[in-house]
Design a protein around this ligand. Structure first.
Ligand code: GZL
Length: 320
């Protein structure tokens, strides 16, 4: 009796083990794939933005296919077409300029691949071509720069301002200029006398500032659309025998580490924050899009402003 019970029990145990082993193993959930077409590597801001996206994709378990367009729209378009051919789950990109995207985004729509804009916006009549845009309010950044100048520059006579614009046709260049001009027009003494693109790079910012200084010995203020151009301009101002931050007041945007170092050296007066750390938000949105969640067309990032006096205290907190 006892023997037959033991045989029965061992038969049951073996049966259970066999069925467990034979259980169909559910395939591990398929990894989401994000194709991301980055603008380039033109500035400290962009480098920090790329780092944030790559680190966040890894942390989120999202497979990232990444391309660097060297600031050329045709390269971004090529990358987006390649992502479509590879049938990625979602396409993300930071449009180098605002126009010329409808054709390739219609191809993504036809392939049923959702598109997320990050950092910069586009001009299109068909906003079904993208799900949402995550980024800063560049017009507000321009307003903050203009307001700081009106509040802090004690004008005796006319204030002669020169402007280093970002990439021609890019949303940050268009909108920062718009916001800045909107605010300074409140005081007619503040005049932008020269304005030219430095393409968001240090090298070009230095080159254009050299030309401004040659043409006009009486510059009072520089408004630079990003810190990299401001840092290049600082080199030109010093080479011309002038003191940046004193002889020429410098107002900039991004709040990258290089700007804090220049402010601590007394060579830059203020930088308006533009947060590049969009990676975690982007990955969260990729998952929401694939889960079919409804999203607002525009998701703004929160930002501050850092004058020279706050630089030493804030610098240790900076992550980019
Ligand atoms: C702003 C971003 C701009 C930065 C520049 O969100 O698009 O491009 O201000 C960068 O530093 O090159």
């Amino acid at each position: 009796m006892l023997k037959s019970r033991r045989n029965l029990l061992s038969a049951v145990v073996i049966g259970l083990i066999a069925s467990a082993v034979a259980m169909p193993s559910f395939a591990a959930e398929k990894k989401l794939t994000l194709g991301f077409a980055q603008v380039g590597a033109e500035s400290e801001w962009r480098t920090a933005n790329t780092t944030s996206i790559k680190e966040a994709a890894k942390a989120a378990g999202i497979e990232l296919k990444f391309s660097d367009a060297q600031q050329k729209q045709e390269n971004q378009i090529k990358a987006i077409r390649s992502f479509i051919a590879q049938k990625v789950d979602v396409i993300g990109f930071a449009p180098v300029v605002t126009t010329g995207w409808d054709t390739v985004l219609k191809e993504a729509k036809a392939a049923k691949i959702p598109v997320i804009l990050t950092d910069r916006s586009i001009e299109t009549k068909d906003d079904s071509l993208y799900v949402t845009m995550i980024g800063s309010d560049f017009t507000e950044e321009g307003r903050k720069a203009g307001q700081w100048l009106l509040d802090n520059y004690k004008a005796q006579g006319d204030v002669n301002i020169v402007e280093l614009q970002g990439t021609v046709g890019s949303a940050p260049a268009i909108e920062r200029q718009k916001g800045f001009m909107e605010v300074i027009k409140a005081n007619p003494k503040f005049k932008v006398t020269r304005s030219q693109t430095g393409d968001f790079t240090r090298a070009k910012g230095k080159e254009v500032m050299e030309a401004f200084l040659k043409a006009d010995p009486n510059i009072n203020v520089l408004f630079a659309h990003n810190d990299d151009m401001a840092i290049g301009a600082i080199q030109a101002i010093e080479a011309a025998g002038k003191k940046p931050g004193k002889d020429i007041i410098i107002v900039s945007v991004d709040a990258v580490k290089g700007a804090f170092e220049a402010m601590m050296a007394g060579k830059l007066n203020v930088t308006v924050e533009c947060n590049p750390q969009l990676g975690p938000q982007l990955m969260d949105i990729v998952k929401q899009v694939k889960a079919g969640k409804q999203l607002p067309k525009r998701i703004n990032t929160k930002e501050g402003i850092f004058p020279m006096e706050t630089a030493a205290k804030e610098f240790p907190n900076r992550k980019y």
